[in-house]
Design a protein around this ligand. Structure first.
Ligand code: BG6
Length: 486
């Protein structure tokens, strides 16, 4: 985009915009990835003084040195703010005039990116207002949308239909920020650029796959929002399922976005919707010392809520590559640690002549301390002939000199500017994802199935270890990987 670019951030006074969108835009600016003629227009209902708005943007941006401080000053010069409604044509007409005025006498193309950091209630009117009054015929138009994309198959379909009345699928960028994470982006390279992995990436060698998301914090302050959605919609149906599709898909014909997304959809189509027997649900209670309140004590949460804050689920993929290999997804808040990882456990060594031999595992640590490591057996150094478990460890912080790992949003917004849709969710992908979870969600909610309680700061509800063991995972008790020192 060497021409004029206007990025309109709708919902600019909200948390998402300040915490994610603006810092990501600044990251792109400071690394020289925003076109020279870029304006960023914040838009929200409340009237905010431009200087105050800029102060709020700055407050969420970390500055490492004087050069970055200078860059921030220059970046803020590109930021504007105007307010208006999300459902009134006149507000959008006014917004268009504001944008046109900034574009001024620019010659050449005028591209517009509309970033909707908005609550679902105003999603549709805002997308229509943008199409009717801000759609430019002098350049490209791109609409970036953030979850939640509905609450189940029907509501998501309704949303997609309403969006499709104004916007062409090609112009829509549905963000799942996990697709912008460095190690999630790395999954395809690991799989398709290494012959030794591709040879064993199937049911003949892999016993089970676990994809885990753990967070230490509870729902603090977000209880009202969270209770409507729960951990399955918040993390599993989107972030973890997206990772699963990349781990399981066939090699795409090319890196073309549609080729990649075609393969992801095929995986989803080969999966069976979850039944209640396939899941383990949990909800956290107060911390042991009582200092952190339990989920039901969160002010926004009804006292009798059965919304899960923890879930483990197992999927089977009914295709030639994966038939019989359990894919276990685990997601929880208020746990003992924060991490996200993919753990591929291989089968036992056939005809084992050593006795105590643990299984090989390939682990892709998404966060924190990005790493790829393989657990493998090695002869104990010295006079002993015993095998011990060790690791081949590619820890980013020790292997790469100060690796510059971009924030997921930074990477995804850059993709939007480049028009690369491979890391965004396509409408049919979304449909298939909802099909897998909707019957379960309706059953849990319809029958008010109670989750098992677990204490804040623990490993989750009782039964998690049995759940993963039942689906084939074997823990090697004598070994724990310690990340290389940063
Ligand atoms: C969001 C969820 O999509 O992802 C949050 O709504 C969760 O509940 C967050 O905390 C986790 O993202 P990250 O990037 O911090 O792992």
């Amino acid at each position: 985009m060497s021409d004029n670019l206007c990025i309109v951030v709708l919902g600019a006074s909200g948390d998402l915009a300040f915490k994610k969108t603006y810092p990501a835009l600044f990251g792109l600016y400071k690394n020289g990835f925003l076109p020279v003629r870029t304006q960023i227009v914040g838009y929200a209902r409340s009237s905010i003084d431009l200087d105050d708005f800029k102060k709020r943007i700055s407050s969420k941006i970390k500055i490492a040195n004087a050069t970055e401080g200078q860059a921030l000053t220059q970046f803020l010069e590109k930021c504007y703010y105007t307010n208006g409604a999300y459902d009134k044509p006149e507000s959008f007409i006014k917004l268009n005039a504001f944008v046109q005025n900034l574009e001024g006498g620019v010659t050449g193309a005028r591209h517009r990116v509309f970033y909707m950091a908005l609550p679902p209630s105003v999603f549709i009117p805002a997308s229509k207002g943008l199409k009717n009054h801000l759609y430019t015929t002098r350049g490209s138009n791109r609409l970036v949308v953030e979850k939640p994309f509905g609450k189940d198959f029907d509501s998501s379909k309704e949303l997609s239909k309403a969006l499709a009345e104004s916007w062409h699928e090609d112009e829509i960028y549905r963000i799942d920020h996990y697709l912008g994470k460095e190690m999630v982006k790395n999954l395809m390279v690991i799989r398709f650029a290494n012959i030794f992995f591709s040879a064993v990436w199937n049911r003949f060698y892999i016993d089970n796959v676990q994809i885990t998301f753990k967070e230490k914090i509870g729902t603090e302050g977000r209880g009202g929002y969270f209770d409507e959605f729960g951990i399955i919609r918040d993390i599993m149906q989107n972030h973890l399922l997206q990772i699963l599709t990349i781990v399981a898909m066939e090699k795409p014909v090319s890196l073309d976005a549609e080729h990649v997304r075609d393969e992801k959809v095929k995986v989803l189509r080969a999966m069976t919707p979850l039944a209640v027997e396939d899941v383990l649900l949990g909800q956290y209670t107060a911390s042991a010392d009582g200092s952190v309140p339990g989920y039901l004590e969160d002010p926004g949460v009804p006292k009798d809520s059965v919304t899960p804050t923890y879930a483990a689920a197992v999927f089977n993929i009914n295709n030639e590559r994966w038939s019989g290999v359990p894919f276990i997804l685990k997601a929880g808040k208020a746990l003992n640690e924060a991490k996200a990882e993919v753990r591929i456990q291989f089968q036992d060594v056939p005809g084992n002549i050593y006795g105590n031999v643990g299984r090989n595992e390939l682990v892709i640590r998404v966060q924190p301390n990005e790493a790829v490591y393989v657990k493998f057996m090695n002869k104990q150094p010295g006079l002993s002939a015993n095998p011990i478990m060790s690791e081949l460890d590619l820890s980013y912080h020790s292997r790469y000199n100060e690796p510059k790992i971009p924030d997921a949003y930074e990477s995804l917004i850059l993709d939007v500017l480049k028009g690369d849709k491979s890391n965004f969710v396509r409408d049919d992908e979304l449909d298939e994802a909802w099909k897998l979870f909707t019957p379960l969600l309706h059953k849990i909610e319809g029958e008010k199935i109670a989750p098992k309680k677990y204490q804040f700061g623990t490993r989750g509800p009782e039964g998690v270890d049995d759940f993963v063991a039942k689906h084939g995972y074997q823990r090697h008790h004598e070994y724990e990987w310690t990340p290389s020192k940063i």
